[in-house]
Design a protein around this ligand. Structure first.
Ligand SMILES: *[C@@H]1O[C@H](CO)[C@@H](O)[C@H](O)[C@H]1NC(C)=O
Ligand SMILES: [Zn+2]
Length: 494
């Protein structure tokens, strides 16, 4: 990329001082490429500093501000339709307007910001993520995708490209992804994608309030019809792009700020119940017991063993990304002096990007548990509580996002620069083990996702952390994507 020589030195000096000594000392070579791109896209050196301000500094400040927009004083909590969620929505709406977008809140509380571009009726490019959080949350999960998209669009607007963009651009801050309040994930994106459960209005939160009454209490219509109308027609959208923190340790271990999501894992959730004979802990001899607890323990260990070592895993590269978790265990009556014969139950969560591999392993797990129960004279039931197929990201969108991420990784501090691994490995492909709004949006349109490195892979915790430069990487990758898209989709000049 050719950089205008004018102002280069000045900006180099300014940025070097801005990016403090760590960067300056270790990786001076990183500064130059970023300047190149900033300078090619923007005319003057002052503008290039504005770019850093918008894409990094302002984005970081906004993430911090959202991180303080909470229903609790002690920790971050912003659940569906809560007072803090409404305040956060207003903030996001202001930022969207500042980026040149027209905004509105829809009938379930999603915040939309849209620019019509050159042709208001062309299929729109949607970008977004969720604005709600879990309880005692980190400030990047969801918010990063929204804030980065706004920063990228703000740059496009200040470069004068937003009004003439090849298609409408719409950012959506989804109102509910975590499902904390109604235990039903993706309320916001499922509404836009038209895949809300038909009975959703009668679902109750812990206080007993239905979704219908909760919506009405916030002056939403709260009718079946109003929710159905939130659905976008497939013809009106071109695709959906989401940036999200990785919530896992792979990118940090690889020393790379961005990863390309290949697929969102499919999932099976099982509930296993083992029954034996209840009895007194002191009076029933060991040989005469039918105790489901050791049976459950053995079954849990067998699940781990199969998910690590089953020969089936060798059939698919990388073992299909299979991961298995027993996260909940329950025993009845649950007293220290009672053999819990009545019931010991546990859950198994199995995820993989390869659906047939997941199904095969589920079969092996069931067989193994049944044989353990038979061997111990226990009766057991295994119920499938939830099943979702893996969602593949769109190949073309993946290629565009990968190109955008590759240029970004070479430009940003902490991206590796000249120390980066071979070019074909610059942006690792990852599977998403967690569900995301993109999963719901895949029912409406093609999807593409980038992951951003987070410290220690920690998420759903106040310890969640993304460096300022990785926030820059996040926004800049979307800006590159938008610019590349603009070039590729523009009709050839006559
Ligand atoms: C605008 O987009 C619509 C829908 O794709 C298309 O039918 C129409 O021809 C476009 N108009 C112009 C002026 O390109
Ligand atoms: Zn999330």
């Amino acid at each position: 990329m050719a950089a205008a020589p004018c102002g280069l030195l000045l900006v180099l000096l300014l940025l070097a001082s801005k990016w403090n000594l760590r960067l300056h000392a270790n990786r001076p070579s990183n500064v130059l490429p970023l300047l190149c791109v900033v300078l090619t896209e923007i005319a003057t050196s002052e503008d290039s500093l504005d770019a850093i301000k918008t894409l990094r500094d302002e984005a970081v400040a906004r993430l911090n501000q959202l991180g303080k927009t909470s229903d609790s004083k002690e920790f971050l909590e912003r659940t569906f339709l809560s007072p803090a969620a409404i305040r956060a929505g207003k903030l996001v709406q202001e930022w969207m307007q500042d980026a040149g977008l027209s905004t509105w809140m829809d009938d379930i509380g999603n915040i939309h910001g849209r620019a019509d571009g050159a042709n208001a009726s062309a299929p729109a490019l949607l970008m977004g993520s969720h604005l709600d959080t879990v309880i005692d949350a980190g400030k990047y999960d969801g918010a990063l995708g929204i804030v980065s998209a706004i920063a990228a669009v703000k740059m496009l607007n200040s470069n004068g490209k937003l009004r003439s963009y090849v298609r409408p651009i719409e950012i959506i801050a989804f109102c509910d992804e975590e499902g904390v309040r109604f235990q039903s994930t993706f309320l916001g994106s499922a509404a836009v994608a038209g895949v809300l459960r038909p009975d959703i209005l009668s679902v109750r939160d812990r206080s007993g309030a239905t979704l219908e009454t909760s919506l009405k209490a916030r002056s939403f219509k709260g009718t079946r019809d109003s929710l159905v109308q939130l659905r976008y027609s497939p013809e009106s959208v071109w695709g959906y792009v989401e940036v999200h923190i990785e919530q896992g340790p792979v990118l940090e271990a690889r020393g790379i700020p961005l990863g390309l999501v290949e697929a969102i894992a499919g999932q099976t959730r099982l509930k296993v119940r083992l029954h034996g004979a209840q009895g007194h802990a002191g009076t029933v001899p060991m040989a005469m017991r039918k105790d489901p607890m050791p049976g459950a323990a053995q079954a849990i260990v067998s699940v781990e063993k199969l998910c690590r070592e089953s020969p089936t895993l060798a059939r698919v590269p990388g073992g299909g990304g299979l991961v298995c978790t027993v996260g909940e265990i329950f025993s009845w009556p649950g007293a220290s002096n009672v053999i819990p014969g009545e019931q010991v139950a546990f859950t198994i969560d199995l995820r993989a990007t390869d659906d047939s591999l997941r199904e095969e392993i589920v079969g092996e797990v069931e067989e193994s548990i049944r044989s353990i129960c038979r061997g111990r004279g226990l009766s057991c039931t295994i119920d499938k509580m939830h099943e979702a197929k893996a969602v593949g990201c769109d190949k073309d969108l993946m290629a565009s996002l990968k190109a955008a991420a590759e240029s970004t990784v070479l430009e940003v501090p902490g991206g590796g620069g000249v120390d980066a691994p071979a070019a074909d490995d610059l942006v690792p492909s990852l599977m998403s083990g967690a569900g995301h709004d993109a999963m719901a949006m895949s029912h409406l349109t093609k999807i593409g996702m980038l992951f951003v490195r987070c410290k220690g892979g920690i998420s759903h915790s106040p310890a969640e952390s993304v460096s300022d430069d990785d926030v820059l990487a996040s926004s800049l990758s979307l800006l590159h994507f938008l610019n590349n898209h603009l070039e590729h989709e523009q009709p050839a000049p006559i």
